[in-house]
Design a protein around this ligand. Structure first.
Ligand code: SF4
Length: 406
């Protein structure tokens, strides 16, 4: 889910939205395929170390004639011990010959910082240039309670075409590799740990629908929670989806990280419009799958994100339907204020109405939070990431009964 989906959520603050591409009319460059582990860095004959999880790195190091103990020392230089190495001269402690081999054959870095923008509330948006010149955005959100969250992107653009999302206007340009995802969290620690303290939370709520790039996302999340490396708690790494049901099931089976689902509507009619993925995996299927799958998870709660759009999904009837929809699903609900952006059809729900909506849910026993927007003056808030350019995903027809609201 593209960062549109965020207003600090679960980890205290982001949120997300999502979408899927049904826009066959969009002209796009071909998708760059995910690189297999240990594969070569495009444009170079060097291996990208951050494409590999530890067993893969260990195997590659051994294949070069070195011991597995040296692989662990290298892993700790990349991810642990507050080193977060980005260049050969930061590999202190590794023996000279091993460093020479790495310098000849391996690349430690796949992102270049293009710009860092600070919003008035302290949120930072980092623009990274990728090896092929494309640009992604990552947001670092400090929180007064000593918790800092990094919101990472999983794709350049997004195919889901959620109608309230700025990133969705871009269409999908390509998936990010495992290295490009992991390195966003590494950079957040390198750049901001001294200023904000520990970066404790990761949310996959930046540009892109993470489950559309599930292979690389599951692997990146597993690297982030490795106990010898970045050591994020799995509870504090949250992957957010617009509702790709088969991939959602796979994630719940293969990953111990947290899940957020961007819900945003209480009827199929509205969700089919604002989140076209619902035409493929409707509310009944999505919520039925969660109800079934979470029966087998111990002390696991899904986070539902609900971006409130004035006159579209914020009525008291919506609140009552939402209570029924999530009944029986262990969950928390984040109500997120909408961040308007240029060309957007929607308006944010007034704060008093959000509070009333929240109160209806809370009185019915739901665990529910209001999430303020962060970073919106620098287009770093939920749903505001990316740069759509001239060729944009289509705006879908507004259903008759909502034409007055947009
Ligand atoms: S369009 Fe993509 S990035 Fe935007 S909310 Fe939908 S899934 Fe998330």
């Amino acid at each position: 889910m593209a960062l549109l989906r965020w207003t600090l959520s679960s980890p205290p603050g982001f949120f997300s939205l999502h979408r899927r591409c049904f826009s066959s009319t969009l002209r796009r460059p071909p998708l760059a395929s995910a690189q297999p582990c240990g594969s070569e860095n495009p444009g170079s004959s060097k291996v990208l170390l951050k494409e590999m999880d530890f067993p893969e790195l260990e195997k590659w190091v051994q294949s070069q004639g070195y011991r597995s103990g040296q692989a662990m020392m290298l892993w700790k230089c990349l991810y642990g011990n507050n080193i977060w190495a980005h260049s050969d001269d930061e590999l202190a402690g590794l023996n000279k010959e091993f460093r020479k081999m790495l310098s000849d054959n391996a690349s430690l870095k796949s992102l270049i910082v293009k710009d860092i923008r600070e919003s008035s509330d302290g949120t930072r948006k980092i623009l990274f240039t990728l090896g092929d010149g494309m640009v992604i955005e990552t947001v670092v959100i400090p929180c007064s309670r000593g918790r800092t969250t990094v919101c990472v992107s999983s794709q350049v653009g997004c195919a889901m075409n959620c109608q309230f999302c700025y990133t969705g206007r871009m269409g999908l340009r390509r998936h990010l590799s495992t290295a490009e995802i992991v390195e966003q969290a590494v950079f957040a620690r390198r750049l901001f740990t001294s200023e904000f303290g520990s970066i404790t939370n990761v949310v996959f709520m930046g540009m892109g629908e993470p489950f559309h790039n599930i292979e690389n996302v599951i692997k990146a999340a597993s690297i982030m929670v490795d106990e010898q490396g970045l050591q994020f708690s799995p509870r504090k790494v949250t992957v957010s989806t617009s509702g790709l049901v088969p991939q959602l099931k796979r994630f719940l089976h293969e990953s111990n990280c947290s899940l957020a689902v961007s819900l945003n509507a209480t009827t199929d009619e509205v969700r089919n419009w604002i989140m076209p993925i619902n035409r493929k995996y409707n509310l009944g299927l999505l919520l039925g799958t969660l109800r079934e799958e979470l029966r087998f998870k111990h002390r696991y709660k899904v986070l539902f994100e609900y971006v409130m759009l004035a006159g579209i999904n914020d009525s008291f009837d919506d609140a009552k339907r939402l209570i029924e929809l999530v009944r029986g699903i262990p969950c928390k609900i984040n109500l997120i204020s909408f961040n308007p952006h240029s060309g957007s059809l929607f308006k944010p729900t007034p704060e008093e109405k959000m509070i009333e909506f929240r109160n209806i849910l809370a009185e019915a026993g739901c665990v529910v939070f209001l999430r303020p927007s962060r970073g919106d003056d620098k287009m770093a808030a939920c749903g505001q990431l990316g740069e759509p350019g001239d060729i944009q995903a289509p705006i879908l027809r507004v259903p008759e009964q909502f034409q007055m609201a947009v």
